[in-house]
Design a protein around this ligand. Sequence first.
Ligand SMILES: CC(C)(COP(=O)(O)OP(=O)(O)OC[C@H]1O[C@@H](n2cnc3c(N)ncnc32)[C@H](O)[C@@H]1OP(=O)(O)O)[C@@H](O)C(=O)NCCC(=O)NCCS
Length: 245
Amino acid sequence: MATKPYVRLVKTSELDRLAVVQRRAFLRDPEFNYFGSVKTPLSQEVDGAEKRHLEVFFKFLNKACLKCGARITVAVAPTEAGEVICASTTWLPPRNRISLGRTWVLLRSGLFQTLKAWGLNGLLRVGIEYGDVSEKALKEAFAAKGIKESPNTSWYLQLACTDPDMQGQGYMSLLCREAFEFAPSSTFTLEATTVHSRERYAHFGFELFKELRLGKGKVNKDGLPAKGPDAEGVLVYSMVKVSTF
Ligand SMILES: CC(C)(COP(=O)(O)OP(=O)(O)OC[C@H]1O[C@@H](n2cnc3c(N)ncnc32)[C@H](O)[C@@H]1OP(=O)(O)O)[C@@H](O)C(=O)NCCC(=O)NCCS
């Protein structure tokens, strides 16, 4: 039996527990504030509808990603009471992407619950607006680097997080290094949603290609409703780690 934290694939029986870790990690993330039309900053201590909606979305995303062939890995720490999920990464393998076009998969994964939680606005923001800017930037990045293949041939990091109480302890390093070993000589792509994560991804060898802006004219830099010059939108960072082989 393991005595140290280690990386393994998530079990389907753990998806709800995983959604709690993800909700905790992204509770104040500007991009998710924007997707969820959050009005005021959420707090770990106070319960509320917007907080529950975020968890509904992650449950949906986890199921949909698994059905689309994602490799969801978790870093777990063994304790006397069982294994604790400390961090997770959701990698979409080459030619496996999640999109609104995969309607049947999305319906079976809880699309309606997310629609009820976030409304059509939320779904359009995450499914169309975000999907479009992400895809366009990665195409530009590949062209700029002279890579002939489509970005769809890369391993795409759909989601990554560490529980806030366990950040800075090397869990994301464990997960990323495992992924790089699992798919050596591959190209990896992602969008970082904060400067904090962007710096850590840069440390793993990801290059910043472009800054993308979502929700301009609607939200401020924290993803909360704003008007006028404050409504600058949230920044997202398109990053690529090119195969060195
Ligand atoms: C971003 C996040 C995933 C990082 O997870 P973490 O478990 O705290 O990260 P780690 O402790 O494994 O640190 C990762 C690496 O960054 C390095 N690092 C620490 N501070 C750094 C800095 N300022 N600049 C660059 N690298 C830094 C660490 O040393 C470590 O590398 P090492 O193993 O070579 O020493 C976590 O902060 C998080 O969940 N944030 C909220 C959700 C989020 O933003 N997710 C990513 C967006 S998709």
